[in-house]
Design a protein around this ligand. Structure first.
Ligand code: DAH
Length: 362
């Protein structure tokens, strides 16, 4: 009785063993088939989990049955299981590299660039702002006369903008109405003119000095067709021994000829600016009516575009220049004004508006 029982148990064991061997062989076959049929890396990844996943992979579940076997059977079934696992892993790896090269080739094909294809025609090219056009034109003229082109900060100290160029504290230019001051920084301003670079230039380069400073300036204006809070000026400064009013007049005439044509007349009328002595407002015959009087020159025949003068000794001293040895002249064109005159722009606000309908006309 016991013998029979033992035999049944024995048979059951054997059955279990053989079915385990069978299942392992089957698993290997089906796994290799499935791997072979896989078409994408994602699919392959899923399959790997299904077969070898640590928690519920098919092989893992099968191996849980090992514990029911005798030691000897465990050994041989375990060996077979390892072989199956190895075969599956190898097949997975081979398939993976096959798929990857395939996908890589596909993506390369997609990204292929035909370098022999003729370029498409460029429909729209960018171009310079009218302000930049006039600025570059004047930079060319001045560098041809030996001037440096300098730059300076737009956020400027009260000192360089006012004090250094002889503008006393009570001067109206310092008024809150005209100047943008910076909250929390009582000694900073948005520069109101490019004259703020005069003393900076003297301090940095010393004398003799010949420089222009084109750049942006700001004033707290109630804007209208002739006034804008942001505009451009072009400052000029020349310092050397024996520089006279005649040199200034010569340079201004050269600029006038260049901008408005040879034959343009220049006249100098006295005008006060704190940083020059004497100071002038330089006027040119109107380029449109040649002095007869028209809409552009408001019927005067003259355009007031060239303020300047001989640099005040106080300003030279601020720059570390001895006014007994050196003299010089300075001027400050309204670059924005010149742009408006040159292109017949009726409203200054167009220039900073960023309106493409305006910009595209140049
Ligand atoms: N800074 C003056 C202004 O903004 C323009 C000017 C006048 C500049 C005379 C100069 C000068 O250098 O000599 O109105």
């Amino acid at each position: 009785m016991f013998g029979t029982f033992a035999a049944v148990v024995e048979i059951n064991y054997k059955f279990f063993y053989f079915s385990m061997i069978d299942k392992l062989v089957q698993l290997k076959e089906s796994a290799l088939r499935e791997i072979g049929a896989t078409k994408s890396a994602g699919e392959l990844e899923q399959l790997e989990i299904k077969l070898l996943g640590r928690k519920s992979g098919e092989l893992t579940l099968l191996l849980k049955g090992l514990k029911n076997l005798s030691d000897e059977e465990k050994k041989s079934a375990g060996q077979l299981a390892n072989e199956v696992k190895g075969a599956i892993e190898k097949a997975l790896a081979a398939k993976k590299s096959e798929l990857m090269t395939g996908e890589w080739k596909n993506s390369l094909e997609k990204e292929r660039v035909d370098v022999t294809q003729p370029a498409l025609p460029v429909e729209e090219r960018g171009h310079f702002h009218p302000n930049t056009l006039v600025q570059k034109d004047l930079e060319d003229l001045f560098t041809s006369m030996g001037f440096m082109v300098l730059d300076g900060p737009e956020l400027e100290s009260d000192y360089y903008n006012f004090t250094a160029v002889n503008i006393p504290p009570e001067h109206p230019a310092r008024d809150m109405q005209d100047t943008f001051y910076i909250k929390g920084h009582s000694d900073w301003v948005l520069r109101t003119h490019t004259s703020s670079v005069q003393v900076r230039a003297m301090q940095k380069y010393g004398v003799p000095l010949r420089a222009i400073v084109p750049g942006k300036c700001y004033r707290n204006e109630a804007t209208d067709p002739r006034h804008e809070h942001t505009f451009y000026q072009l400052e000029g400064i020349v310092i050397d021994k024996n520089i006279s009013f005649a040199h200034m007049k010569g340079v201004m005439q050269a600029v006038a000829d260049h901008l408005f044509g040879v034959g343009t007349e220049l006249r100098l009328m006295p005008k006060f600016y704190p940083f020059v002595e004497p100071g002038v407002r330089g006027e040119l015959t109107c380029f449109l009516c040649h002095g007869k009087g028209c809409r552009v020159c408001k019927n005067t025949g003259w355009l007031e575009v060239m303020p300047g003068g001989m640099i005040h000794p106080n300003v030279l001293r601020e720059g570390g220049v001895d006014p007994k040895i050196y003299s010089g002249f300075a001027f400050g064109f309204g670059l924005t004004r010149l742009v408006m005159l040159k292109y017949g722009i009726e409203d200054v606000r167009h220039l900073e508006s960023g309106d493409l309908r305006f910009i595209k006309q140049f």
